[in-house]
Design a protein around this ligand. Structure first.
Ligand code: ADP
Ligand code: MG
Length: 344
């Protein structure tokens, strides 16, 4: 059995984005050393790490250098080739495993895992050609959504098919003619996410569900705890725990879910930290100009987190603000006020 890595040890993080940056900050606070690996030299987690390795995911010489001296390796980005994790895992215990990553990063494997595990998810069909899409549509019904099996994020690689008038050939072309998953549209009332962590010996921690709303497919606001009943919240936690156990998770997993009439329907799995863990604002940089942060800095209920990513671009996750208050309603009201003031 793997022994716990004690403070003073080095945690290697594959990926150098804002999730890695925040993980690195948390690890450092606990006294760990941090090493990051990313194809970009300017990755924003690198500034927090003791060492940063810039190399491609397939560069085994660089991965060997990176792994040497790490006590544990984890990841903060979902689209890392599983072979990369497999490679470093030969010399250093690495979590989540290449297998968990492979299941979560591909919608086909993800959905097939959920279905086989008996976890409620949207009705779906795997489609490998336009003819298969045409054949699957009547079985799934409208509205539905066609998603690429690989490399989808922030709503990229998906097309909604609202009615029978939808142009299937166009939709097929839009997802690049790659393997796809056709999903029934879920008429949900809320989107929530639950973070679950599991140790090598099977101990788990599960967090309160956060309620998420998106703008332009990017997380805009997370409210925690979510505005759901205690029974729904308990079901959400139980579903997340069940997934962690059935998938054999070691490490961290975010489970995105829909709430429809009080019931949980699982949407996606992300075996890593999650933006709903810290409430993300975006798109405040008008014409590339930095917003006036004094509005946030002078509000004692608000905390500003900036990722030091350099140049802003529409949709780029640059930072977030957390607001805490005695009630959820007050926190929401203040957050909306700050967002309005920053957008002005
Ligand atoms: N089957 C569905 N029914 C209803 N809404 C959906 C469905 N699939 C996706 N969505 C909406 O699109 C968003 C992005 O889809 P998702 O599958 O989470 O992809 P990603 O987050 O990887 O871009 C979801 O958060 C949800 O708002
Ligand atoms: Mg998602």
């Amino acid at each position: 059995m793997e022994r716990p890595l004690m403070p003073g040890g080095t945690i290697g993080i594959l990926g150098g984005g804002q999730l890695g940056r925040m993980s690195a900050l948390a690890a450092r606070r606990l006294g760990y050393k941090v090493r990051t690996f990313d194809p970009s030299a300017g990755a924003c987690a690198a500034a927090i790490a003791d060492e940063h390795v810039t190399a491609e995911w397939s560069d085994t010489a660089a991965l060997t250098r990176f792994a040497q001296g790490c006590g544990r390796i984890t990841l903060e980005f979902e689209n890392i080739p599983p072979a990369t994790v497999e490679f470093v895992a030969q010399s250093v215990p690495s979590h989540p495993s290449a297998q968990v990553l492979a299941t979560c990063q591909n919608r086909r494997r993800e959905k097939e895992f959920l279905r086989a595990a008996g976890i409620p998810c949207a009705r779906f069909a795997v489609v490998a050609s336009l003819a298969e899409l045409q054949a699957a549509v009547p079985t799934i019904g409208f509205p539905c959504v066609l998603k690429t099996a690989d490399f989808g994020y922030d709503g990229k690689g998906q097309v909604k098919l609202p009615t029978a008038e939808a142009d299937l050939a166009e939709a097929w072309a839009k997802i690049g003619g790659a393997l796809g998953v056709l999903e029934a549209w879920v008429p949900y009332q809320l989107e929530i996410s639950v973070l679950v962590a599991r140790t090598v010996d099977g101990r788990t921690a599960v967090y309160e569900a956060a309620e998420n709303s998106h703008r332009n497919h990017i997380l805009h606001l997370s409210i925690s705890p979510a505005r759901i009943t205690a029974a729904t919240a308990a079901e959400a936690r139980a579903v997340a725990l069940g997934i962690a156990e059935k998938i054999g998770l070691v490490g961290l997993l975010a489970v995105e879910m829909f709430v429809q009439d009080g019931r949980i329907i699982v949407n996606e799995l992300a075996p890593r930290p999650h933006n709903s863990g810290h409430q993300t604002f975006d798109d405040l940089w008008k014409n590339g100009l930095e917003p006036d942060w004094t509005k946030v800095l002078t509000d004692p209920s608000a905390k500003l987190h900036l990722y030091d990513k350099g140049k802003a671009a529409p949709g780029r996750k640059m930072g977030h603000v957390t607001v805490t208050a005695p009630t959820r309603e007050e926190a929401l009201h203040r957050a909306e006020g700050l967002f309005a003031a920053l957008s002005a």
